[in-house]
Design a protein around this ligand. Structure first.
Ligand code: ATP
Length: 206
């Protein structure tokens, strides 16, 4: 199975990297592709330029085996619809099972994504709990029939199942990191050193 983690990565932080590491080992993913969005359709445009977000991502994952930065959405331009990305990946990776990974905040808004019901025809979805977005409040009705009881069910179906992977909570967001950088506070606990150096050298978010 190949994991796909889309996002703005504005900047990438340990809230992306640590849960991603845990997911790779829990699900036995052979590869995890980080795909920065060019123009995310459901949120304000990113602050940093696409080229800087890609570079920061490359620095963040440089020492992580199995992590790959995939720049297709930046190259494609236009609204970064996940359904288009999955269609491309499906064609390139015939025979591989795809897991679309997202935090619980993103997952709970999935039914507002472009052609969201078709996403299930291309991939499984793996949601990660995120502080502030408790799963205990219950999954939406549209999600419940797809929920696996055991992660092994993902391997038994080609697409269309939902798994909620417990991960060590990381109370980190890029919004908070940008705000702290803008007021000169330290973000060293949340961002890999090479990314922080890049931010400083290029005066991003200041
Ligand atoms: P922002 O604060 O700018 O909205 P973000 O911190 O949510 O950014 P994104 O790049 O938008 O970061 O997130 C990409 C994906 O990673 C999303 O699916 C998001 O839910 C997930 N994610 C981000 N931070 C965490 C975290 N701390 N724990 C679990 N999932 C996370």
């Amino acid at each position: 199975m190949i994991g796909i983690l889309g996002g703005t990565f504005d900047p990438p932080h340990y809230g992306h990297l640590r849960p991603a590491r845990e997911l790779v080992s829990a699900l036995g993913l052979t590869e995890l592709r980080f795909i920065p969005a060019a123009n995310p359709p459901h949120r304000p445009p990113p602050v940093a330029a696409g080229a800087d977000r890609l570079k920061m991502l490359q620095l963040a994952i440089a020492r992580e085996p199995g992590f790959v930065a995939d720049d297709r959405e930046l190259r494609r331009g236009g609204p970064s619809y996940t359904i288009l990305t999955l269609t491309e990946l499906r064609a390139e990776l015939a025979g591989r099972s795809l897991c679309l990974i997202m935090g619980m905040d993103a997952f709970l808004g999935l039914d507002r994504w472009h052609r969201w019901q078709e996403l299930w025809d291309y991939a499984h979805i793996v949601a990660m709990p995120r502080p502030g977005w408790p799963v205990e409040q219950g999954l939406p009705a549209w999600a419940r029939p797809r929920l696996c009881r055991d992660a092994r069910e993902l391997a038994q179906h080609p697409t269309g199942r939902l798994w909620i992977q417990p991960v060590t909570p990381q109370d980190i967001s890029a919004t908070r990191i940008r705000a702290d950088l803008a007021r000169g506070a330290s973000v060293a606990d949340w961002v890999p050193p090479a990314v922080l150096q890049y931010i400083k050298d290029n005066r991003i978010y200041h």
